[in-house]
Structures are given as C-alpha cells and as structure tokens.
Design a protein around this ligand. Structure first.
Ligand SMILES: [Zn+2]
Length: 343
C-alpha cells in the first residue's frame, strides 16, 4: 500500500508518501480501505519526536478514520467487502488483569491507532473486528472521521468527570477550539447553562452558533469580574478547561464552593500559579482528563452520526500530501478539524 510514513523524527517533510507492506490481516481482523482520516495536534508531536511514546519506525499516524471493508479475516464475523465502517481510535486487550476486572481504561496492553500500531494516514488499516463499527450510506464519512477524538474527550469530561446535571452553570474558556466547541455542545445536551469566553467578536458568533448561552469577549484585565457580571454574580458549578495558562487561576476563582474544574489541555501554558489556600478553603476539585473509555467512544460516534454534536471542518488534504496538512495545523490559524482524504 501507499502511506504517509515517517522513518525518522523531524519536520512535516519527514513524512513521505511511500510504498509500505500491506498491514497483516489476522484471523479476526478487518482490512479497511481508508476514505478519510482526522489529523490531530498530537500527530505533530509524534512526528517531531516530542511525544513520550516509544514508536516503532516507520510509523503511519492517524487515530480516527472511516472507509470501506477491503478484506475480512475468516473469523472476523459478519463484515463484507465494501461495507462502510469506522473503528474505535483506541482499544483494550480484553485479556489482562484490569480488563478481566471490567477496567478496560487500565488495560496493560492498550492499542492506539497511529501510535502503537499503524493508523489511517495510509490506504489500508488492519483492525480487530471487535473494534470496527458499521456505518450507513447516510452517515457523513468526513464528520465521523473528524469527531471521535474531540467529542469522546468532551463527553467523558462532561458526563464522567464533571458530572454535569440539568440546571448547572458551566464555564468553557476559549471556546473556539475543537474540544472546547464539543464541550459546549455536550454540556448543553446535559442540560446546563453554558457560558464561554473568546478572544474576538468574530469568534463569538461561531461559538453562539454551537449553542452557548452567553459568550464573553475577553477585553478587560479582570476576566473573573466580567464572568460574574455575565452570570449576575452566580458562581459556576463546573469549569471545563482546554487551555490552562495565565488565566487558569481566574477561571478557577469563579467556581462555587466544592465546584469542579476538569482540564484536558494546556496550549496557553502548561505550568500555572495555584493558590492552595483558596483551593482548600473552597473545597474545589481539579480533575485531569486521562482517557475516554470504550463507552465514551461509542457514545461520541453515535452523537456525531445523529448530528447531535457537530465538529466544524477547516480543510481537507489528500493523504499523499499529509505534510501540507501538518504545516497547515502548525500555523494555528484555522478553526475546526483538518482531515486527510484518499488520494
Ligand atoms: Zn487489557
């Protein structure tokens, strides 16, 4: 097969559209011909060699993809050549100790497409049939390939970690990003009133369109005061943070007593000041997002297929020019998801 692969770490050009052996098709595997594959920021780190995963090179990236069945192992069940499918972006082994104790999220032999095994940046991907999900002709193949990672992250944060309930007041700072946009929509589905912040008036309209009840454009020096003015003084039950950085303390400060902040990203700054006295006097909970489990992946794919959560698409590139997609992402001027499509 042809695939965008890198043989050593480096800049976007380290990825070459090259001939590679077809992936092995095991007894219970399905071979998928890729139509569309999502590009994630973590792909850039993987290629550059700054992620902490021990890759086996050459590596073919791509965690989330859609396509058609190209071949079926003899024990892979009721799949037929030509079926439309997607696959869970990561999966557990179903054999180790934690898996036997119904904790797939603690699996000792976890597999992630595009990280521990080849993913969707090529013509073909081999996947165990148990993680392959059939799609219908009505499904939007681009939307499904674009949304699994961000929507499953948001769904897990809202429903498993923050435990958002109807009537809760939820803050999503810097809501123009991909996960943040999905957080706004998932918190609305959970029945919350959602307040967001954005950097510019132009972004405010896009975030309102996702369903945010109040959008605060960052202008003054005191974002905490601006937020509390917007809520009539009511403090937040939950903060869903994807950015970290200098404003982390301000976002934490508007939580009610025993409120919860869940964090999953730190593009605005990884190390933040934290006033421990305020933390324990208020009984605030700060929770880190680690992993979306299989139930969250299934729920997110269902939400995307039904159109209940939408992930805007910024651009598509042919997989033969995956390097251009990485350069586009590195410029950080886009809004929405970047996809590779079959050349
Ligand atoms: Zn396991």
């Amino acid at each position: 097969m042809k695939a965008a692969a890198f043989y050593e770490y480096g800049p976007a050009e380290a990825m070459r559209y090259a001939d590679l052996p077809d992936p092995d098709l095991g007894l219970t595997d399905v071979l998928i011909r890729v139509q569309a594959c999502g590009v994630n920021h973590s792909d850039l780190d993987s290629r550059a060699g700054t992620s902490r995963w021990p890759f086996e090179l050459p590596m073919v990236l791509g965690a989330e993809f859609t396509g058609t069945v190209a071949d079926v192992g003899p024990g892979a069940g009721p799949f037929c050549t030509g079926d439309l499918v997607t696959a869970f972006q990561q999966y557990n082994c179903a054999r180790c100790g934690p898996c036997a104790k119904w904790r797939p999220d603690l699996c000792e032999a976890f597999e992630v497409f595009g990280t521990t095994r080849w993913g969707g940046y090529g013509e073909l991907v081999s996947a165990p049939a148990r993680v392959v999900l059939p799609l219908d002709p009505e499904d939007d193949m681009l939307a499904v390939a674009a949304g699994q990672c961000v929507v499953s992250t948001a769904w897990h944060m809202v429903n498993r970690q923050a435990l958002v309930r109807p009537g809760d007041l939820v803050l999503v700072p810097s809501a123009s990003g991909g996960v943040a946009g999905a957080l706004v929509q998932c918190a609305k589905l959970a029945g919350a009133t959602v307040v967001t912040t954005v950097g510019t008036v132009a972004k405010a309209e896009r975030v309102s369109a996702l369903g945010a009840d109040v959008v605060v454009v960052r202008a003054g020096a005191d974002i905490a005061a601006d937020l509390l003015r917007a809520t009539g003084g009511r403090r937040f039950d939950v903060v869903l943070d994807t950015v970290g950085g200098d404003l982390f303390g301000a976002h934490l400060s508007v939580l009610r007593e025993e409120g919860t902040l869940v964090t999953c990203g730190a593009h605005a700054g990884e190390v933040v000041p934290l006033d421990l006295i305020r933390l324990f006097r208020n009984g605030w909970r700060i929770v880190g997002f680690r992993l979306a489990g299989p139930d969250d992946l299934a729920a997110s794919l269902e939400l995307i297929r039904r159109g209940a959560v939408k992930v805007p698409i910024a651009a598509t590139f042919p997989v033969s020019d995956a390097a251009a997609a990485h350069r586009f992402l590195e410029r950080r001027q886009h809004v929405g998801k970047v996809l590779l499509v079959a050349s």
